[in-house]
Design a protein around this ligand. Structure first.
Ligand code: NIG
Ligand code: FE
Length: 409
């Protein structure tokens, strides 16, 4: 296996260990190593050197005194979809709410039609394009949800696309089954019937083909209530899948409390979370996947990240990339929003998009930090330090991207 050395690193900024960090550790757990070098063997990091020390190696990248971090992880995207929804923006600007648009057959249900129409190859090409864009901006692992098919054939189609992206495309993608994303027209007014249908007709097939690792549900007023969400996720656990839950995005109807009670790996959105939700998540060891791009795009409040961190809940920051509430896959922009709007420190933001996000996709033991033994996913940034990286807005500062030891940019 070829050895590769990244030398002359001005600052190597990394969280440490395999477990998510909340509380003071989300900030204090970050090491800032000056004059560092990283030695890679094949797809693994074998050594991290400090104080200007650098072993002999034939294959060298000179980082030119720049900032280096672990590859970023986007732990929440709705990557697989047909069509876009630009026609909704004027409605939104005239004051129509997200749930109002959904109730009128727009929103997720609009994307449902376009996704059902699209072939597997069409969906593959679109997702591949998005993943390449993300990779070139330093995002080396991406979680991807189904949830725009909402029937047997089309949910499986979406999940098979995710599998192909990993197998043929070589992308590091983590598949999540989210048929419980909206109630499809076939079950209009009957969310209970639809949940029963997912559990008896779709979930067993997903399990047979081993098409997902996680199951997610949209627990929200007018979508699925707590009882329905609990049922969905309990059956997911019976099949051996790990769980996530879209909770408290618009209304705190109990989704985050449920996440803590059932020990979900993560809860998502949490804009409207209350004290009961925060303590349940802290008790249950649930990671908060916060989505500042969605708050920006829907013109909503930003989730109370500081309260969660202070309560010991590990916070991850993700894009929520989807055609409606966040048509952007720009995780660097979300880092900037995390800094400015969540008022997280640059170190907390780094933990949020590396180690905590890795743990939110159950990959904390292999990615998310720059330490010997971890997979060699690294980014050299056009930045002198972490403060600069989170201060800039909207530009792609990724200069060199390494995934599994290979230079991809
Ligand atoms: O996470 N909140 C529910 N689902 C997505 C939006 C999907 C869409 O609008 O197409 C979200 O924001
Ligand atoms: Fe989402």
């Amino acid at each position: 296996m070829a050895m590769l050395l990244i030398k002359n690193i001005g600052v190597l900024a990394t969280a440490v260990g395999n477990n998510a960090h909340g509380g003071a550790a989300q900030h204090n757990g970050v090491r800032l190593i000056r004059d560092a070098a990283v030695l890679i063997n094949g797809d693994a990091i074998v050594r991290v050197c400090e104080n200007g020390e650098a072993p002999e190696c034939d294959n060298v990248i000179d980082a030119g005194g720049r900032l280096v971090t672990a590859g970023l992880v986007d732990a929440h995207t709705h990557l697989i979809f047909g069509g876009w929804r630009q026609h909704e923006v004027p409605l939104k600007l005239r004051g129509a709410g997200y749930l109002e648009i959904l109730k009128a057959g727009g929103g997720i249900l609009n994307t449902l039609t376009a996704t059902r129409k699209a072939t597997e190859d069409e969906l593959y090409e679109r997702a591949e394009k998005a993943l390449n864009e993300m990779l070139l901006s330093g995002v080396t692992t991406v979680e991807a949800k189904s949830g725009y098919g909402l029937d047997v054939e089309n949910e499986l189609k979406q999940l098979r696309v995710i599998r192909r992206l990993a197998n043929e495309g070589g992308f590091s993608v983590v598949p999540t089954f989210m048929a419980a994303h909206a109630v499809p027209p076939e079950f209009k007014g009957d969310p209970d019937g639809y949940i029963e249908f997912i559990i008896t007709e779709i979930l067993p097939k997903v399990a047979d083909e081993e098409l997902c690792e996680f199951v997610d549900v949209f627990c929200e007023t007018g979508v699925f209530d707590v009882t329905q969400s609990r049922k969905m996720l309990e059956f997911a656990s019976i099949y051996g899948f790990k769980t996530k839950i879209h909770a408290d995005e618009i209304n705190a109807i109990g989704g985050s409390v449920l996440a803590g009670e059932i020990g979900a790996v993560s809860a998502e959105h949490l804009i409207a979370i209350d004290g009961a939700g925060i303590s349940s998540m802290a008790k249950g060891g649930v990671i908060a996947c916060l989505l500042p791009g969605t708050s920006l795009y829907l013109n909503k409040d930003f989730a109370p990240a500081r309260k969660m961190i202070e309560a010991g809940v590990p916070v991850a920051i993700c894009t929520d990339f989807n055609p409606g509430s966040c048509p952007s896959s720009n995780l660097q922009l979300c880092m900037n929003l995390g800094y400015l709007k969540y008022r997280m420190t640059p170190e907390e933001v780094l933990t949020a998009v590396t180690l905590n996000a890795a743990c939110a996709v159950d990959r904390g033991d292999t990615i998310g930090t720059v330490e010997a033994g971890k997979q060699a996913d690294l980014v050299i940034w056009d930045a002198e330090d972490l403060d600069y990286l989170v201060y800039r807005m909207g530009s792609n500062l990724a200069k060199t991207v390494i995934r599994k030891g290979k230079i991809v940019k």
